[in-house]
Each structure stands twice: as C-alpha cells, then as structure tokens.
Design a binder for this molecule. Structure first.
Ligand code: TYD
Length: 140
C-alpha cells in the first residue's frame, strides 16, 4: 500500500539541443515554502545517509546527478523509490522515517526543506519513531 501523501512530482523540463533545463519554485511545483536547501554528494559506495524522521519538516528530494534509493517507512509500511532523473523528485511529508542508500558514483542528492536546520525536529531512534506515530495528532 502506498504511503499517504508521499508522491513523485514531475518538474518542468525545457528541452533544448544546447542542453535541457528544469526548475521548481516556492510552493508552485512542491507543496511547501522552501526555507533551506542542502545536498549530499561524494558518497562512498555502500554508505547510507539519513536513517531518521522529522516531526515537522517536509522535504523534496531530487537526484540532480546519478541515482540513489529513498527508503520510506511510516511505522507500518516500507516503500522504496529509485531516483535517477533530474526532472522529477520525491515529496516526503513529516513523520516519515527515511534513508538514502544505494548511491551511484557521482550521485548528487538535492533536498529542498520547509524549515531551517533544527536538531530538535529529528527522531533518530526507530523505536521512538514508531512510538510517536502511534500517538501522532496528525492522524498517521
Ligand atoms: P543529518 O541530517 O543528520 O544527515 P544524515 O542523517 O544523512 O547523517 O546531518 C548531518 C550533519 O550535518 C548533522 O551534524 C547536522 C548537519 N546539518 C546542518 O548543519 N544543516 C543542515 O541543513 C543539514 C541537513 C545537516
């Protein structure tokens, strides 16, 4: 069963023989206002990033180069997305456990986020995450 609210979002693609162009804008292609962007790169083979959930943060993840898998879990169900094109991305709502793994050589994971970095928003323990999803006021 697909995880609620998680979705792949197609981005505009302006094809051009000089090279293609894609973009996204605040609140237009993605369902939140962007407050921060960060990117993950130079990942050694076999490494896993993430392995946490956010209480409030929403993210939009794009493979600007190469490929990697985003593994999501809502406390009951796991879903895996392979990202390997720069003209779509994955919207991840809050209170979803997420890991990034299976990075190809030269993979570049670009992430737009709905808030500034806040360690207090992280849930870094899966058992605590499951506990919080059971009592979530957000209905997941
Ligand atoms: P983290 O989100 O924990 O990455 P991962 O779960 O893949 O290990 O971030 C790693 C470190 O980078 C952590 O010490 C906090 C820091 N960081 C920032 O300072 N600002 C940011 O926007 C992000 C995403 C991380």
């Amino acid at each position: 069963m697909p995880l609620p609210d998680v979705k792949l979002i197609d981005l505009p693609k302006i094809p051009d023989e000089r090279g293609n162009l894609s973009f996204f804008e605040n609140s237009r292609q993605i369902p939140f206002e962007i407050k921060r962007v960060y990117w993950i790169y130079d990942v050694p083979g076999g490494e896993v990033r993430g392995g946490h959930a956010y209480r409030e943060l929403q993210e939009f993840i794009v493979a600007l180069s190469g490929s990697f898998d985003v593994v999501l879990h809502d406390g009951n169900t796991e879903q895996r997305f392979t990202l390997n094109r720069s003209y779509y991305g994955l919207y991840v709502p809050h209170m979803i456990w997420r890991s990034l793994e299976n990075f190809s050589t030269n993979a570049l994971a670009f992430v737009a986020a709905s808030a500034a970095y806040n360690e207090a928003d992280y849930i870094r323990n899966f058992a605590s995450f499951r506990q919080e999803t059971r009592h979530a006021p957000h209905g997941i």
